[in-house]
Design a protein around this ligand. Structure first.
Ligand SMILES: CC(C)(COP(=O)(O)OP(=O)(O)OC[C@H]1O[C@@H](n2cnc3c(N)ncnc32)[C@H](O)[C@@H]1OP(=O)(O)O)[C@@H](O)C(=O)NCCC(=O)NCCS
Length: 148
């Protein structure tokens, strides 16, 4: 796992575009990486970026802002490794709780997050494109407590 910085913004945008219906631009990634508490962790496949997770930690809370694995590298454990790395990084930054939002119809991501110990705490109606609800998920960063 590597820590990515603003120089990697184009690679982040490329992986994001391979995985998301509404991809973020390289400029957006550069801006996010420059904002307080944000960090991106990536997994290299050969010399290319195979996947990444972007998180933000502030005070005792952290949030996964986005997570993506390129289609060619899916179902090989990369997504889970990224989520576990994000939880570890959040803990090192002092977070006690981690949150994220995921579309209610994103079965692969919901399954991954459930396996990683996240539990639903609320729902945001028509959060994505004015149509699809978002599930807000949460877990304790402290590994001794899987669900909060
Ligand atoms: C969601 C995503 C990151 C998963 O990455 P991945 O590297 O394929 O995931 P892993 O191989 O680590 O899988 C871990 C677990 O997630 C679940 N999972 C992953 N892909 C799945 C699928 N297609 N269907 C059902 N469950 C799936 C499984 O529980 C899996 O554990 P298992 O293999 O032991 O059954 C990837 O599919 C992706 O980039 N999707 C598009 C972007 C996205 O939806 N991001 C999340 C937005 S919040």
């Amino acid at each position: 796992m590597i820590i990515l910085n603003a120089a990697d913004a184009a690679a982040l945008a490329e992986v994001h575009a391979s995985s998301m219906q509404s991809p973020w631009s390289a400029e957006e990634f550069a801006r996010l990486l420059a904002s307080p508490g944000c960090v991106a962790l990536g997994k290299l496949v050969g010399e290319a970026l195979g996947g990444f997770v972007l998180l933000r930690a502030a005070a005792d809370e952290a949030e996964i802002l986005t997570l993506a694995v390129i289609p060619a590298c899916r179902s090989e454990g990369v997504g889970m490794a990224l989520v576990e790395a994000a939880i570890g990084e959040a803990g090192r930054r002092g977070a006690a709780t981690m949150f994220l939002e995921v579309a209610e119809n994103n079965a692969p991501a919901l399954a991954l997050y459930a396996r990683a110990g996240f539990a639903a705490v609320s729902r945001r109606a028509r959060y994505y494109g004015g149509k699809t609800d978002a599930m807000v998920l949460r877990r304790a960063v402290d590994g001794r407590c899987v669900a909060v």
